[in-house]
Write a protein that binds this ligand. Structure first.
Ligand code: GDP
Ligand code: MG
Length: 441
């Protein structure tokens, strides 16, 4: 498998300072195969790999991941980024009904999607209406009526006098009907052919011009593979669309079409269809799709676990240090910097039990204070930082001069440090969280 191949390619690389270009090339080759297997378009693969290489070359070797895992993580992160870019909800019209037009090849899943969207919109508290503007296939209107009934959503179908035979007139009449009957969302189902077809593309463009949709959703079958690019480009050019819906994700397609369409058109993937039932439908999840394209679920889980374990290892080490009472001025400085970095920390504070009471102190925490503390601590010798007890009067005078501060500032800092250390030790004895050490009272 891809995982095995990658693992063996990188067995001996753990501990290197930085990923070398040759290392990255080797993984890139494997990833390239994986993406092509997933039916990502060749041009998209090329560009994508170039991006990943650039990022991987600059990356420090991670403590918790081996080089192969690290590159895979970069690949996965980039995939999610590209697939998710700006995941976006439906843009509803400010006044009048929101018009959502569906476009795509025949069999892509438009009519089924109309029913799914109808049900979903109803659940969002909307009052949708479906409009049957596919007059190409004899049973297309009936099919929409059936899914509309299943979804419990009104369907507007052409009748004599409503423009029978003219899908543009039907779409226009449907919109007028929705306005009259106060439906707030109109979903316009349209015709598609088996291949790209100029006449049908023109029809879709005409419908678009007639109803001026708020959203045009390009519906594409995930199983279509490498053809996705040509199809998407044709619809972008012929009709233009604002979002993409990927269907038949319940099949065994690896979903490379998603990456291709998103990369080439720059349009967001908004929904995913995963079956024939009306409830087989959900907002699009970039992380799930990235995992599917890479087909390395186990590996990605491993990577996540390794990273978590590393974090908690570090945290355990820090805690051990505190418990042992070896809390030094360097640690104190690190703590101050961490607090100031968390500028918007007050939000997080609410989440940590017992921390809410320090909200105000943290909000008032002054960054300039940290700079001063830093200047003072950096003017101390390593011996003084390790063992602040030796900092006597003459040392304090020297430190204040060196840091451009007053002796009383140095005194204040040393006092606060001892206070913080006492609190840390109390905490370590199981006293909980007596106060935020180091914070200005
Ligand atoms: P349209 O020609 O674009 O309107 O496509 P349809 O809605 O008629 O769908 C074509 C076929 O694909 C029908 O048999 C649907 O039941 C089926 N279909 C649509 N969406 C999905 C899906 O997400 N998964 C599966 N397995 N089948 C689907
Ligand atoms: Mg249809």
């Amino acid at each position: 498998t891809l995982q095995d191949r990658l693992q063996s390619a990188f067995k001996n690389l753990r501990g290197k300072g930085r990923l070398s270009e040759a290392d990255i090339d080797a993984v890139a080759r494997e990833i390239r195969v994986a993406l092509l297997d997933a039916d990502v378009a060749v041009s998209v693969v090329r560009e994508f790999i170039a991006r990943v290489k650039e990022r991987a070359l600059g990356a420090e070797v991670s403590q918790s991941l081996n080089p192969a895992q690290q590159v895979i993580k970069i690949v996965n992160d980039e995939l999610i980024e590209i697939l998710g870019g700006e995941t976006r909800r439906i843009r509803y019209a400010k006044t009048g009904p929101t018009v959502i037009m569906l476009a795509g090849l025949q069999g892509a899943g438009k009519t089924t999607l109309a029913g799914k969207l109808g049900l979903w919109l109803k659940e969002q508290g909307k009052s949708p209406m479906l409009v049957a503007a596919d007059l190409q296939r004899p049973n297309a209107v009936t099919q929409l009526q059936v899914v509309g009934e299943q979804a419990g959503v009104k369907v507007f179908a052409p009748e004599p006098g409503n423009g029978v035979g003219d899908p543009v007139a039907v779409a226009r009449a449907g919109l007028a009907e929705a306005q009259r009957t106060l439906h707030d969302v109109v979903v316009v189902d349209t015709a598609g052919r088996l291949g790209i077809d100029a006449e049908l593309m023109q029809q879709a463009a005409d419908i678009r011009a007639a109803v001026d949709p708020d959203e045009v959703l390009f519906v594409i079958d995930a199983m279509i593979g490498q053809d996705a690019v040509v199809t998407a480009e044709a619809f972008l050019e012929g009709v233009d669309f604002t979002g993409v819906v990927l269907t038949k994700l319940d099949g065994d397609a690896r979903g490379g079409a998603a990456l291709s369409v998103r990369s080439i058109t720059g349009r967001p993937i908004m929904f995913a269809s995963t079956g024939e039932k009306l409830t087989d439908f959900d907002a699009f999840h970039p992380d799930r799709m990235a995992g599917r394209i890479l087909d390395m679920g186990d590996m990605l889980t491993l990577i996540e676990q390794a990273e978590k374990a590393f974090d908690s290892e570090q945290a355990a080490k820090d805690a051990e240090k505190l418990m042992g009472g070896s809390f030094t001025l360097d640690d104190f400085l690190k703590q101050m910097e961490a607090i100031s970095k968390m500028g918007s920390m007050t939000k997080i504070m609410g989440l940590i039990p017992g921390m809410g009471q320090y909200k105000e102190q943290i909000e008032n925490f002054d960054d300039r204070e940290v700079d001063k503390i830093k200047a003072i601590i950096l003017s101390m010798t390593p011996a003084e930082r390790d063992n602040p007890k030796i900092i006597d009067g003459s040392r304090r005078a020297r430190i204040s001069k060196g840091s451009g501060t007053q002796v009383k500032d140095v005194n204040g800092l040393v006092d606060r440090f001892f206070e913080a250390r006492k609190m840390m030790q109390q905490m370590a004895k199981g006293g909980g969280m007596p106060g935020m050490p180091g914070l200005p009272g």
